[in-house]
Design a protein around this ligand. Structure first.
Ligand code: NAI
Length: 681
């Protein structure tokens, strides 16, 4: 090869007048398109476009990904929209160069092909993808508060049709390679070993590049696009408030105007420096940071043993088996195990679809009435009833049956690890793995550190959590840990408001308008009022929380929420709450009361060192409860409001509604946000 190009991240090979470019970003698990990677790519294209070649193949050297998108770390360094627009234009220029090559190009896709990665593939003449479920293609930009910016919104509609393109762009969902073939997003799917052969065949045959059938194209006349836009806007509004999440609306508008690449870049520039995108990007990067932290040590779990096949134990076992682990699930009650097995089957059927895969997952999950799995376990998670005596007795007997190196974990939501540790000869091996309900939807797991928990137990717990694709957040063992402690005052305030006669629909609507995924009253009903009561009672002593009478009465009546058909709401047969239309608004500052109680508790957690820094509070509340992601979590929101303002609002509320609003002493302390500032600096 006589090409002399300085490109650390690309490998260039040439045979039979075809260039094979392999992207292998140095020091990273996955390929992302940083400015450096794009500059190198541009230089390579500059050299090859003038040569009489037959074709170009672009592929990735990474195991799990083609290209996962633009390098999100660079987004944070952008200071204004002009710079952001320039970044998009630079990417567009490189991809236009790729699209304009005088010979055919093929993207060989395996694993994740997302965002800028898919936009690169779209600029190739052909796309060949590996035929498997791990290959996923999509444009997830809206999840980061932006839309495609490397000409993806311009190139996609002519390829797969307007409505299919809008579906991918507006939802950000990824499709499998099989679905991508059906959509026309890729030209062919083949098993791994045939990928290169298929690419060469496309170059040799050089068929006419694929276009969407005429009937899949929507004419660009505004009399056609306007009504379609209105319809799609209505659908979007059901899912995302345009004031909170403008990106999909902007993407739709680009389509309505049949916008150019230049307009795409301009619009992206504005979105990228807006509050929503800034916060969503921060949340994404914080999630990645938690994963990186967990991956510092390889996980060492082959066999997981879960004790207690109730709501949580069953879900944890089902999820871990789904993620490829061998799991035994122990419960003395046959009915509990039978329910868990049935639930597992339903879940795997929905997720895995193929009978072989479903059977494999079912085979990995072993019901166990006697604890036979204990002696093989590398990790034991107990999820039995929330009673300290029962848990201590169980842990004592478990310790005598497992190997000395087996890690022991508890899913307790309230019992201090120090108390449970007393039952063990070696309490340093006990760690809290606090999952959230439902396990399949809630990404966060609190990694609870008791006074005696060893560093190595924490490392192992984090590594396992990441291996089952959950986010491990370190918290100190203290009442309610982080998430329940911050959430509870908010739920209690909602119930207090209801007790004062404010319509529950109005309370829930206020929280939804603020940006919560679900109102607090409906959330309490969904979690179960009995569970809310037990957490509230547990926190009432240490935190001085007054438990609302209405909650006690409901539980005493057996109105436990959604699961019993009645809680604060009553539920129809399909489990939908019967809501009355919320008429007008009371003069009570509902949103302020709900949110400030949360912020106040979050500040207290930070002051007490339940978590190490404001970012940990934010990532915990966003991934553990869905706290308005566009605001970037409670501490980012507090920072935006200003500490002085928060303290004086709390003071005012305390005068009017009582001492529960008394501002925490953390407000106004110079070090409250200092750690985050240090990280940013
Ligand atoms: P659950 O009452 O649904 O299930 C408990 C299960 O444990 C039952 O199937 C019971 O038969 C079994 N069990 C009781 N004693 C046992 C023993 N000695 N050996 C083996 N199995 C035994 O309870 P749930 O709600 O699943 O809670 C379990 C744990 O998870 C508790 O510590 C709870 O605080 C915690 N948790 C619960 C959450 C929730 O939303 N339900 C959320 C996060 C944590």
């Amino acid at each position: 090869m006589n090409m002399d190009i300085d490109a650390a991240n690309w490998r260039i090979e040439e045979a039979d007048e075809t260039i094979v470019l392999t992207l292998d970003v140095v020091g990273q698990r996955a390929n992302a398109l940083s400015s450096v990677v794009l500059e190198e790519f541009d230089r390579i294209l500059g050299q090859i476009e003038v040569r009489p070649l037959h074709g170009l193949v672009i592929r990735s050297a990474k195991v799990n990904s083609f290209i996962v998108g633009a390098d999100v770390n660079e987004f944070q360094k952008i200071s204004d929209s002009v710079q952001a627009t320039a970044l998009a234009r630079a990417g567009q220029t490189v991809f236009n160069r790729l699209a304009g090559l005088p010979f055919p190009s093929v993207a060989l896709i395996h694993g994740n092909c997302l965002g800028g990665g898919l936009e690169l593939a779209l600029a190739c003449t052909y796309r060949v993808a590996r035929e498997d479920d791990a290959t996923r293609l999509g444009l997830p930009e809206v999840r980061l508060g932006i839309h495609p910016g490397f000409a993806g919104s311009v190139r996609l509609p002519p390829l797969i049709g307007d409505l299919a393109a809008l579906d991918l762009i507006l939802t950000g969902r990824a499709v499998s390679s099989r679905q991508a073939l059906a959509l026309g997003l890729v030209d062919e799917i083949v098993p791994d070993r045939h990928l290169m052969h298929a690419a060469h065949a496309f170059i040799a045959r050089h068929p006419r590049p694929r276009r969407a059938a005429w009937w899949k194209r929507t004419p660009s006349w505004s009399m056609v696009r306007k009504p379609v836009t209105r319809l799609l806007q209505r659908q979007l509004r059901k899912k995302a408030n345009p004031d909170h999440y403008p990106a999909p609306y902007r993407a739709l508008d680009l389509w309505r105007r049949n916008a150019s690449q230049d307009e795409e870049a301009l619009s992206l520039g504005e979105l990228m420096v807006g509050r929503t995108s800034r916060n969503l990007v921060s949340m994404f990067l914080l999630g990645e940071e938690l994963k990186r932290h967990g991956r510092r040590h390889p996980h060492d779990v082959a066999h997981l043993h879960v004790i207690g096949a109730g709501t949580m134990g069953a879900d944890i076992a089902i999820w871990a088996a789904f993620k490829g682990f061998r799991v035994s699930l122990q419960d003395p009650q046959m009915e509990a195990l039978a329910r868990a097995v049935k639930k597992a089957h339903g879940f795997y059927k929905k997720k895995l679809k193929k009978p072989v895969a479903i059977q494999d997952a079912m085979d990995r999950l072993m019901p166990d009435t006697n604890g036979d799995g204990l002696h093989r376990a590398d990790l034991v998670i107990e999820a039995i009833v929330e009673k300290a005596d029962a848990k201590c007795e169980l842990l004592r007997s478990v310790e005598s049956m497992v190997r000395p190196d087996t890690l022991l974990a508890t899913n307790t939501s309230s019992i201090p690890l120090e108390i449970l540790g007393e039952a063990l000869r070696d309490p340093s091996r006990l760690v809290g793995l606090h999952f959230f309900n439902p396990v399949a939807q809630m990404q966060l797991v609190e990694i609870v550190r008791g006074k005696q928990t060893s560093e190595s137990s924490l490392e192992r717990a984090r590594a396992f959590t990441v291996a089952i694709e959950r986010l491990p957040l370190d918290v100190r063992s203290s009442p309610g840990f982080l998430v329940n402690r911050v959430l509870m005052p908010y739920l209690i305030e909602a119930m207090t408001l209801a007790q004062e006669g404010i319509a529950i629909e109005e309370i829930d609507q206020a929280a939804m308008h603020f940006g919560m995924p679900m109102g607090p009253v409906l959330l309490a009903d969904t979690v179960g009022l009995d569970i809310c009561l037990s957490v509230a009672e547990m926190l009432s002593g240490p935190l001085g929380i007054a438990v609302p009478e209405r909650l006690r009465e409901a539980v005493a009546r057996g109105d436990l929420g959604k699961k019993s058909g009645r809680g604060f709401y009553s539920y129809d047969k399909s489990g939908k709450p019967r809501r009355r239309a919320a008429h007008g608004h009371s003069d009570v500052p509902v949103t302020e009361r709900l949110i400030l109680r949360m912020l106040n508790e979050a500040a207290a957690c930070l002051r007490e060192g339940v978590v190490s820094d404001p970012d940990a509070v934010d990532v915990g509340m966003v991934y553990g409860t869905g706290f308005a992601p566009y605001l970037g979590g409670p501490m980012r929101y507090a920072e935006a409001l200003g500490e002085v303002g928060i303290a004086s609002s709390l003071q005012r509320l305390a005068q009017e509604y009582g001492s529960r609003f008394a501002p925490d002493e953390a407000w106004g302390r110079t070090d409250l946000f200092a750690r985050r500032a240090a990280l940013r600096g």
